[in-house]
Design a binder for this molecule. Structure first.
Ligand code: NAI
Ligand code: 3SL
Ligand code: ZN
Length: 435
């Protein structure tokens, strides 16, 4: 394979993992021991927040009153699309019962988890859309009790009013003024609400993503949704200005957000590389600083000879967001395998999915796209099974089970079959020996 790197990234999504793990492990241990009091101290030390942790109804009403009407309509526009898409997902899975052989019935049931903890990031930006993505989806899945939290800031008297309004609109039952590891841990342990989460969902920075990863097992998690990534595959037909704009648009997420271009055309790649610094420089201060570092440390440009090579490179990254700005979109749709969400053609862009077009923006990062998709109603629903049988059906199943069990050396298992055969068919002889 001949891949020519016109720009090679200094850092990879995994850079700095050891430090993050140490910090998060210490914080989780301290919260396990110190409970609510320790959580309050982290909120004060890390986010300068010493106000109420549980958000009351008057604060939610005040947030709704403070938001301009058009913004509320925009949030509802996004919410309706995300909810409708989630409803189609819910309708695409079903319960069933099948008679596998005469008298042997097996079935599948879909049972929502009881309590979901939804983390809404809010450090650098007010991630209103993230509140829709997790809470609306949990609601459609049928989750009975939804706890949500986000970063409180003094300037807003707690959570940003846009996030608060959205959390309430989408159906959050309890809302906590908590960000970071302390927010994740509080939801996992049911601090301040008395409702420990069965599953923790939502994106966040490296501390948040790592806290969820470490708590997995004690609670369920949706997926590893850390710092945002974008990969654009482009050929000679792509518009360099649009490709560069899309790369820079996601680089503003943070200094550790990977930005990758896989190009099938050298001229296009060089034009994009020439345009990116200017677009970054034109951003406001906070966004510029984040994007500059992201492009400098995590930016990569790979030049491939063939579409197959481009697919191989892209699948190796397994990017969170994948844009294709190239001809024959159906070919790419059919061949790409590892990504969180795919954006086909110049007419759509990652930011549409991020904010309001309907697909979920809580997506796998750091290569997790090799084994999972993004957040969906399925993550909140347990697919469980059941069975029942007639006595007559025991005739075959009990004998087979007993023979397999004896082959495995599991005599106790085998006897549960023999006991039934003796009870249901007294006097009959059965061959239940492994030999
Ligand atoms: N993968 C996905 O689906 C999505 C990912 N994101 C990502 O979410 C992230 C949001 O990050 P932020 O703006 O930082 O908000 P955040 O809400 O994830 O994190 C803010 C919290 O981090 C904690 N924190 C900051 N520095 C710390 C330190 N040194 N030690 C311990 N805790 C610390 C603070 O307590 C603060 O409350 C970005 O990386 C963005 O790319 C956002 C949306 C979707
Ligand atoms: O990683 C993501 O999905 C984000 O890009 C979504 S948002 O831009 O923060 O809404
Ligand atoms: Zn984004």
């Amino acid at each position: 394979m001949t891949v020519d790197y016109l720009k090679k990234a200094e850092r990879q999504p995994t850079t700095g993992e050891t430090d993050t793990r140490r910090i998060v492990a210490e914080m989780l241990e301290a919260i396990r021991e110190g409970g609510e009091e320790r959580v309050r101290r982290y909120a004060a030390d890390l986010d300068g927040w010493s106000g109420d942790i549980v958000v009351g109804p008057e604060t939610i009403e005040a947030a709704a009153a403070a938001l301009p009407e058009r913004l509320k309509q925009d949030i509802e526009f996004a919410w309706r699309r995300v909810r409708d898409f989630a409803e189609r997902q819910r309708a695409s899975i079903s319960e069933f019962e099948v008679e596998l052989s005469p008298g042997l019935f097996a079935g599948q049931r879909l049972i929502p988890v009881r309590t979901a903890g939804c983390y809404v990031p809010g450090g650098r930006y007010a991630h209103v859309a993230s509140a829709i993505m997790s809470i609306a989806t949990a609601k459609v899945a049928g989750v009975e009790n939804i706890v949500a939290c986000s970063v409180p800031t003094d300037g807003h008297g707690g959570i940003h009013p846009g996030i608060l309004y959205t959390m309430d609109l989408c159906g959050a039952d309890h809302i906590l003024n908590l960000g970071g590891v302390q927010g994740i841990a509080a939801m996992a342990y049911g601090l301040f609400t008395g409702h420990p989460a069965d599953i923790l969902v939502g994106p966040g920075n490296r501390f948040v993503a790592e806290a969820k990863r470490m708590l997995f097992g004690e609670v369920g998690i949706d997926l590893f949704a850390g710092p945002t990534e974008i990969l654009v595959i482009a050929d000679a037909t792509a518009d360099p200005r649009i490709v560069a704009s899309d790369l820079v648009g996601q680089a503003e997420h943070g200094p550790d957000s990977p930005v990758w271009l896989v190009s099938l055309d050298r001229t296009l790649a060089e034009e994009v590389m020439a345009l990116v610094p200017g677009l970054i420089a034109a951003l406001p201060d906070t966004q510029r600083k984040a994007a500059e570092a992201a492009w400098r440390d995590y930016g990569e440009v790979a030049l491939c000879d063939t579409r197959e090579e481009a697919v191989a490179v892209s699948d190796r990254y397994a990017p969170e967001h994948l844009e294709v700005q190239a001809g024959d979109l159906d070919w790419w749709l059919g061949h790409l395998a590892n990504y969180g969400s795919l954006f086909l053609g110049e007419e759509t862009t990652v930011a549409f999915g991020d904010k309001c077009s309907g697909t979920n923006h809580i997506l796998p990062t750091k290569g997790a796209g090799r084994y999972t998709g993004g957040l969906s109603v399925h993550k909140f629903i347990k697919t469980v099974t059941y069975q029942r049988m007639t006595r007559e059906a025991n005739r075959d199943v009990a004998q087979v089970m007993a023979r397999i069990s004896r082959l495995e050396g599991m005599e106790g298992h085998a006897r549960t079959g023999n006991d039934r055969l003796e009870k249901y068919f007294p006097g009959e002889a059965f061959d239940t020996d492994a030999a």
